[in-house]
Design a protein around this ligand. Structure first.
Ligand code: IFM
Length: 444
């Protein structure tokens, strides 16, 4: 089995950006030097996190960021995508936590010194708990609080940031956090999901305005996660259920941004589930973005269970699966990109996350994560295929740089290309990191 990664010709141009990605809560630790976030509170509730863990130490990145940036540098990537912890910046009384801001300024300074582009995500799920206490994303005011926080950050960061993402995967914040409750803040009501997403999208739009004003040179956009859906059979019922799943899980998040409207289905959902859309909201939400970030991991097959919601089937038993139980399905990424291209007038696309969790072990100083190398190869090839068919894709980021806190699943699912020993915090490049580095070095 090959432990090499080979870059197709589409990736050889020096305008294509390769990077690695992380997020604040998943790696930082040092919770005592910031405000409480909804994930700190959620982790305290028994049974919410599979291994009973929390983000208190995580990868201790706040203390080891210099070493982590040296690792990133050693990989020869063009860019590093990371997120800012809102509760590390704005205190509960509204004042600025200068120490928190300085932490990110130091990271940005070092990235600049090393010639690595900073891709900054402004919100990757760690809402300050003091805002959740006021209703969190169910409260329209949270969108305006986000705008204020973004203004503080963007003014302070000046031209150190190459690219901003307003939000990462608002689907997860809204649906997992407020509709089904398996993510923080753990609220679970069918009527909450679509209300929360409206406020998140409004926050995105308000932040875009701030970015245009204070960081006009930065490339600014949003990162969405997508699941391509396929019918479980040839029946018309399953085809219909598949279309429905696509509308609820994909279209609902992208259409307001690119077209300034919710899917027509909004008129069919119960009134009590609908958000209050104030005049002008959709104009704010749909202002132009410089790029669309696409996160892709797997596909889903859909079976009708009318009149109930479509059923998403587990990965077929015969399929190759990751440690998450997710089917390895690179064709889904090509299909998804081509479908987006057919459905919308797209800005340039960046694959802002792609990768897998595997059962990695450190043996004699080596982590031989062959499945990850295969996965990265097949998915990069899938991206190249979409590019060959005309989709404008300008970057690809591996999720993740480090093994880290995988939300409700704790630390057992290892997504990193760098292995983290959580007892010693020692980092070890997995063979996938070495393969990625060698592939990047092979570029002209
Ligand atoms: O770890 C997450 C990340 O925070 C958001 N996208 C999916 C990843 C894997 O589940």
């Amino acid at each position: 089995m090959s432990n090499r990664l080979i870059l197709k010709k589409q990736f050889q141009s020096n305008t294509f950006t390769f990077g690695v990605a992380t997020s604040s809560f998943q790696i930082e630790g040092a919770v005592e030097s910031r405000e409480e976030s909804i994930w700190d509170r959620f982790c305290q509730q028994p049974g919410k996190i599979l291994d009973g863990s929390n983000g208190n130490e995580a990868c201790d990145h706040v203390n080891r960021w210099q070493e982590d940036l040296d690792i990133i540098d050693s990989l020869h990537v063009d860019a590093y995508r990371f997120s800012i912890s809102w509760p590390r910046i704005i205190r509960a009384d509204g004042s600025l936590n200068q120490q928190g801001l300085d932490f990110y300024l130091a990271i940005l300074g070092k990235l600049k010194a090393k010639g690595i582009k900073a891709y900054v995500t402004l919100y990757h799920w760690d809402l300050p708990q003091y805002l959740e206490d006021e209703g969190g994303w169910l409260n329209r005011d949270t969108a305006y609080a986000f705008k204020q926080y973004v203004e503080v950050v963007v003014k302070a960061f000046g031209d150190l940031v190459y690219s901003y993402a307003t939000l990462n995967e608002p689907f997860c914040s809204a649906y997992l956090g407020y509709e089904v409750g398996i993510h923080a803040p753990g609220k679970a009501k069918k009527e909450y999901g679509k209300k929360a997403i409206h406020h998140l999208l409004l926050a995105h739009g308000l932040a875009m305005k701030v970015l245009r004003q204070h960081a006009p040179k930065a490339e600014s956009g949003i990162v969405l996660n997508f699941t391509p859906f396929y019918p479980a059979s040839n029946s018309e019922e399953d085809a219909h259920a598949t279309r429905l799943a696509h509308v609820h899980f994909n279209d609902w998040y992208i259409r307001p941004i690119l077209e300034g409207e919710y899917p027509a289905l909004i008129d069919d959902i119960p009134e009590s589930h609908r958000p209050i859309i104030a005049p002008g909201d959709l104009d704010i939400i749909s202002q132009p973005i410089d790029y669309l970030g696409v996160n892709y991991y797997t596909r889903a097959r859909v079976k009708s269970d009318a009149p109930r919601d479509p059923i998403l089937l587990p990965a077929p038993e015969t399929s190759e699966q990751t440690a998450m139980g997710w089917e390895v399905y690179p064709q889904g990424l090509t299909d998804l990109l081509l479908q987006l291209e057919r459905d919308f007038r797209l800005p340039p696309i960046i694959i802002t996350e792609n990768g897998l969790a595997s059962d990695d072990h450190l043996v004699d100083g080596e982590v031989n994560d062959l499945q990850r190398i295969r996965y990265l190869q097949s998915h990069m090839d899938a991206v190249a295929e979409a590019m060959a068919q005309g989709v404008n894709i300008t970057g690809y980021f591996v999720w993740s740089l480090l093994d880290n806190f995988e939300w409700a699943l704790g630390y057992e699912k290892r997504f990193g290309i760098v292995y983290v020993d959580y007892t010693t915090q020692k980092r070890t490049l997995k063979n996938s990191a070495i393969a990625f580095r060698n592939a990047l070095l092979s570029r002209q």
